[in-house]
Design a protein around this ligand. Sequence first.
Ligand code: SAM
Length: 196
Amino acid sequence: MRFDIITIFPEMFEGFFSGGIIKRAVQKGLIEINVCNLRDFTTDKHRQVDDRPYGGEEGMVFKPEPIFAAVESVRQSDKTPVYLLSPQGREFNARLAAEMAQHRQIVLICGRYEGVDERVAEHLATDEISIGDYVLTGGELAAMVVVEAVARFVPRVVGKEESVRHDSFFEGLLDYPQYTRPREFRGMKVPQVLFS
Ligand code: SAM
């Protein structure tokens, strides 16, 4: 499965790729992650991705042209879904992550500032997704959350597929409490039933 992430801060993803499950999945060729610098799709000498919003509000908004150009350059098929990360989007959860993992490629657009010109949501994005009812400064952290949660549903990314099935939310339930050694720590005992 391939993830294409469109951002003005590609360097924010370096730490994310450098360890753990994501690094191993990339090394094994189970997933591919392409981080695309939105500024590479501008046509002016200042590489400007944003402009003032119509209507006189404060702040800046991402212009549509570089985003359309970036998505058109990475999208491998008309069937590839394009997700705009936005606090106004549909709530991201395990069911949506499992659905997204069925695709060969997904594109994630990370906004910044006051957000993104609405024509991106209306005419380019397949869906808008929010990772929760709070506002982040940019879509990059949200994209990392989405990539990690979706990648866990890609076969063989999580060592034992069984463990994904036992995770919280998979079947609408939460995981059970886990204990490890020592059997007793500062008077706190592991429940007897686990030894029966
Ligand atoms: N003015 C916008 C609003 O009130 O809805 C907030 C824009 S936010 C400062 C900038 C960008 O961060 C958004 O375009 C989006 O890409 C990302 N973002 C912020 N919060 C998010 C969330 N909860 N889920 C997904 N993306 C988020």
